[in-house]
Every structure is written in C-alpha cells, then in structure tokens.
Write a protein that binds this ligand. Structure first.
Ligand code: HEM
Length: 214
C-alpha cells in the first residue's frame, strides 16, 4: 500500500473551496454585468451585481484566512510559494517537459511532494502570481469600485475609474485562463483524482514508482 502524507491542512482546504466557488461566481456574474445582453446567468442585472459583490466579500475574507494561516500559523508562506533559484534555472523547464511530453510516455514526475515542498516549480510560479498579485489586485480594484463615491480621492489617485475597470477586467481574464489550466494540470497525478483528494481530505497517497512509472 502507498504511504500517505498530510499535505493540505484544514484552513487551507476551507480557503480553497470558498475561494474556488467565490471566483467561479465572480466570473459568471461578472460576465452578466459586463455583457448583459449575451450572458444571462441570473437574468436580472441587479441580482447579478448583488451576488457579484457578495462573492467578492467571500473571496476577500477567505484570502485573509489563507494569508493569516500560512504567514502566522504555519509560517511557511514564502518557503512554499516562492520559486527558488534552482526552480527558476532548471525546475520550470524540467516540469514543463514532464507535463508536455514525459507524462504521455508514462515517465516519472520529477517533483516529489512533501509538506515542506508540496508545489513543483511551475505550480509555485503560477500560485505566487495568482495569490500575491492577481487576488490582491482584484480585491483592491473591486473594493474601490464598490465604493466609488466614498473613496473618490483614492480612485482618482490610482488613475481613475476607467483604469480600475480595465485592471479588474484584465485580472478576471487571467482567472479564467488560470482555472482551465489549473484544473487540467491537477488531473495529471498518478491517478486523475490523486491531487483532488488532499484538497478534500488533506491526505495524499505518495506515488509508488512501480504504479504507472510516475
Ligand atoms: C473548481 C475550481 C477549482 C478546482 C477543481 C481546483 C482544484 C485544485 C486542486 C486539485 C488542487 C491541489 C493540486 C494542486 O496543488 O495543483 C488545488 C490547489 C490550489 N488551488 Fe485550486 N482549484 C480550483 C479553483 C482555484 C482557484 C479559483 C484558485 C485561485 C484563484 C485556486 C488556487 C489554488 C492554489 C493556490 C492551490 C494550492 C493550495 C495549497 O495547498 O496551498 N484554485 N486546486
């Protein structure tokens, strides 16, 4: 039987699924707000705006949970999420070759997960960009747009409403692109659901090299 490792603590799992549902709701209601004539998810513009604002608050609060847990409780935020020099020089290419070629030949995954080093070089890069740049940017632009009149001076200081709307829209597009790649890559474990299990139970079965050569 494969050895099991505890990879994803409870606060991270709670954050992840709140965040996933929040972001998907934001994307769907955001599409309705932006293109009301084409995307009719709720079929009611005002309801779409209200749900969009609520999902934004959920994503903001859950981001706080993620940050507080990793930065102050586990104290391993930077170690887990920031790529090392080795990751940048060799790890990213090695991992891209695995995803793009070796995986389809049944070759071994060059990254071996441990609780101290659970992400491969590409995951670190993508997750760091999403968690340190995109989520904070969508939160700040969203909060400013929700309070345009009371935060008027701040809105002007960061370049005005048009710039805010543009930045908010751009990050939304990044989230859409990320979601598809993220879910697809998450299925490339030694079984299609191997990486989904730890996001639900916390535990992942360590890969047995004799299983499928991964
Ligand atoms: C339905 C939507 C989603 C599904 C099914 C999903 C699935 C998964 C799975 C299986 C993992 C563990 C494997 C891995 O690390 O690659 C994971 C981790 C992760 N996901 Fe997602 N995800 C979704 C949405 C999102 C969204 C919207 C974001 C951010 C905007 C996100 C950010 C992350 C991060 C940062 C991790 C690493 C968590 C940690 O252990 O610290 N995910 N996701």
């Amino acid at each position: 039987m494969n050895e099991k490792i505890y990879l994803t603590p409870t606060p991270v799992r709670i954050w992840h699924w709140l965040n996933a549902f929040g972001i998907i709701t934001l994307v769907l209601t955001g599409a309705e707000i932006r293109f009301p004539e084409y995307a009719q998810v709720l079929g009611n513009y005002k309801a779409a705006v209200r749900l969009h604002d609520t999902a934004g608050i959920v994503v903001t609060l859950s981001f706080g949970l993620w940050f507080i847990y990793y930065a102050f409780v586990a104290r391993n935020l930077l170690r887990l999420y920031i790529p090392s020099r080795e990751d940048i020089q060799r790890g990213m290419i090695r991992q891209a070759v695995f995803y793009g070629y070796q995986y389809f030949r049944g070759g071994p995954n060059p990254h071996h997960q441990t609780p101290e080093n659970k992400f491969n070089a590409l995951q670190k890069t993508a997750y760091a960009a999403i968690m340190f740049v995109c989520i904070p940017l969508v939160i700040v632009t969203g909060v400013l747009m929700m309070n345009v009149s009371s935060l008027r001076e701040m809105v002007m200081a960061v370049g005005g409403l048009r710039l805010l709307i543009g930045a908010h829209w751009l990050v939304a597009c990044v989230f859409c692109a990320f979601l598809f790649t993220h879910i697809y890559l998450a299925t490339l474990g030694h079984t299609p659901f191997a990486h989904f299990k730890p996001m639900w139970t916390g535990w992942e079965e360590a890969e047995d090299p004799s299983d499928r050569n991964t």
